[in-house]
Design a protein around this ligand. Structure first.
Ligand code: 3PG
Length: 212
């Protein structure tokens, strides 16, 4: 477990991607990569998730590709067969978590309450997605989790953008943030890959500026 967490936290920002057209998979991933974000969480919110994971994994071997919005063991299996290096889910799905642990696959299930955090701890998990971040109490709640749950860290997603990302990234118990703010629908629909690359660069710059 957590074989890829060090790399994810070094990158710092995980793009959450919904592939609406098959042919977008590669140019979109390439734009993220060129923009400095060599990781992607490809969500099972579209029928092209498996195809996209496989295509990106094969064509861009330096990119770390995971699967998001994994709601069933079947989807987890499909994602891993396609080459996904990690599994993310919006909530705490015990079947998905148990399957990933059994198959030695990194899994970052979503939690937003103390009870869910403790359920995750009972599975031995150390890094959890915090979702939906902004509407579940935001950075303040993650900070509050650091009191009782000192060994855990979080990957918040949901409502994070250029303006609030630093609130999360400044917390010692945040490993990375996730979101779709660097790939807004209008740019994806227009297949504006240069625009997405530019937004990724801006996000990386923002993150580094804040760390200085
Ligand atoms: C997720 O599944 O992680 C979120 O839906 C991403 O949230 P965002 O689109 O608000 O960034």
């Amino acid at each position: 477990m957590n074989k890829h967490m060090e790399r994810i936290s070094q990158i710092g920002i995980v793009p959450v991607v919904k592939i609406m057209a098959k042919e977008d998979a590669l140019p979109l991933a390439q734009a993220l990569y060129n923009g400095g974000l060599d990781v992607a969480e490809i969500t099972f919110r579209s029928e092209h998730a498996k195809y996209a994971i496989q295509t990106i994994h094969q064509a861009l071997p330096d990119m770390l590709v995971g699967a998001g919005t994994v709601l069933s063991v079947e989807q987890a299996q499909e994602a891993v067969d396609a080459g996904a290096a990690f599994i993310v889910s919006p909530g705490f799905n015990e079947k998905v978590v148990a399957w990933c642990i059994d198959h030695d696959i990194d899994v970052y299930p979503g939690v937003s309450s103390a009870s869910e955090v403790e359920l995750a701890m009972s599975y031995g998990l150390k890094v959890l997605k915090f979702f939906p971040a902004q509407s579940s109490g935001g950075a303040k709640k993650i900070k509050d989790f650091s009191g009782p749950y000192q060994e855990l860290s979080f990957m918040p997603t949901g409502g994070i953008n250029m303006n609030n990302m630093h609130e999360y990234l400044s917390l010692p118990n945040v490993s990375a943030i996730g979101g779709s703010f660097m790939l807004p629908n209008d740019l994806v629909n227009a297949k504006d890959w240069d625009g997405i690359e530019a937004l990724c660069k801006e996000a990386v710059k923002h993150m580094l500026d804040y760390q200085l």
